[in-house]
Design a protein around this ligand. Structure first.
Ligand code: GEM
Ligand code: ZN
Length: 378
């Protein structure tokens, strides 16, 4: 029988091989982030024989950053890295395991459908070809990757024009965030100039805040080991230049709405975290938050507001988190949007679970939502 190989030497790859001497008992560990101790994201390829009955065990799953996330989680598999499908997976004794009779000699497994650098380059090409988009700033990550801030605008000044900001993938393992941005931008670029959204707002966006971690196959940190979503109170030119660059641009330009796109390992729902714990939280913002959530749910049934994080106590918000810092700094509506790694338990999809297409559709819905809320943002 041919030997089995396990490899992860590609963009976003993450795995450590313990033992592959038995096809039905391939033993693996998830690798830690390149410069920090987080781990949960994995993505690897296997070369075996077509039709082989493969069995996998991620033996350190129980020590990962979110060990409770493995219950109810099903791994993703793909033969071509385009179409991803779920395989029933078991979590027991601290290990995540699954079986797969692979139809092909080469097969890939991942924590969620990856969004790799090649796909990102295509998206950046699409952005570059959009006449209403301009790159207004470029940052360099600690590992030397480029982080680009764009403005989408019809170029027309208008009384009370809003400034909407969207950033994605501060946490590189949350690849659904970049699928969301792709869906949103594709729809935005099809919109004619006379739509309410484009006439009434300029949209500032970053499709990937953390290219270091995305390239390295990290879960949460960049090439300096920083969790960027804990760096917004005091961003540093050395360890969080991605955040510093965006926050400085916000200080120059202003912000009327901020959305920070993430994925959640544990909860099988789409939800938002808001600014209820900010010292500057007011009845105005509370009402706006409620409107945003109610309207979101009407526009896209994947959104819900029953399940989410515990609320922050008044005045107790962590201002190092982007959503809180920007909501406080600009007295504006500000949210973390969370999509599941697992599925939306209210509308389950057995084959794919939560997926790129649903992430993209949520992005499209978010455009509609922003348009509906424009008049009330200030
Ligand atoms: C979060 S987002 C934190 C938002 N929490 C509250 N209470 N406002 C993080 O950064 O840890 C989750 C994620 O990474 O997706
Ligand atoms: Zn996150």
């Amino acid at each position: 029988m041919k030997a089995i190989s396990v490899f992860s030497d590609f963009c976003g790859g993450n795995i450590e091989l313990i033992d592959a001497s038995r096809a039905d008992g391939i033993r693996l560990n998830i690798r830690r982030d390149s410069h920090a101790d987080y781990f949960q994201w994995f993505y690897f390829g296997v070369c075996a024989e077509a039709g082989a009955k493969l069995g996998f065990s991620l033996e350190n799953a129980g020590q990962s950053s979110y060990p409770d996330a493995w219950a109810g989680y099903n791994v993703l598999a793909s033969y071509d890295r385009q179409q991803w499908f779920r395989l029933p997976s078991q979590y027991a004794d601290g290990a995540l395991s699954w079986q797969h009779q692979s139809e092909q000699a080469e097969v890939y497994y991942a924590y969620f459908a990856p969004y790799d650098q090649a796909r990102q380059q295509q998206l950046l090409n699409t952005i570059a070809a959009e006449p209403r988009c301009n790159q207004i700033k470029q940052m360099h990550s600690p590992a030397g990757h480029s982080v680009e801030l764009f403005r989408f605008s019809n170029g027309q000044a208008a009384e009370g024009k809003r400034k909407l900001w969207l950033i994605a993938r501060q946490h590189p393992g949350e690849s659904m965030a970049e699928w969301f941005m792709e869906g949103l931008l594709e729809a935005l670029f099809k919109m004619p100039d006379d739509t309410g959204l484009i006439a009434g707002a300029d949209i500032y966006f970053v499709v990937n805040m953390n290219p270091d971690g995305s390239w390295a196959g990290n879960l949460r940190s960049n090439g300096a080991g920083t969790d960027l979503n804990r760096a917004w109170a005091e961003p540093s030119p050395e360890t969080s230049p991605e955040v510093l660059g965006v926050r400085d641009a916000m200080d120059e330009i202003g912000v009327d709405l901020f959305l920070d796109i993430h994925g959640d390992e544990e909860l099988p729902y789409v939800f938002t975290a808001g600014c209820e714990g900010n010292p500057g939280y007011s009845p105005r913002l509370k009402q706006l938050e409620q409107k945003f959530r109610r309207r979101y749910q009407e526009i896209n049934p994947d959104f819900q507001s029953v399940y989410g994080y515990d609320q922050d106590a008044p005045g107790e918000a962590n201002l190092a988190i982007a959503c809180n810092q920007i909501g406080q700094r600009f007295d504006c509506l500000s949210f973390t949007i969370e999509m599941p790694f697992k599925d939306n338990a209210n509308i389950p999809d057995e084959k794919e679970g939560w997926s790129p297409s649903r992430s993209m559709a949520l992005g499209v819905s978010t455009l509609q939502l922003m348009e509906a809320l424009l008049p009330e943002l200030r």
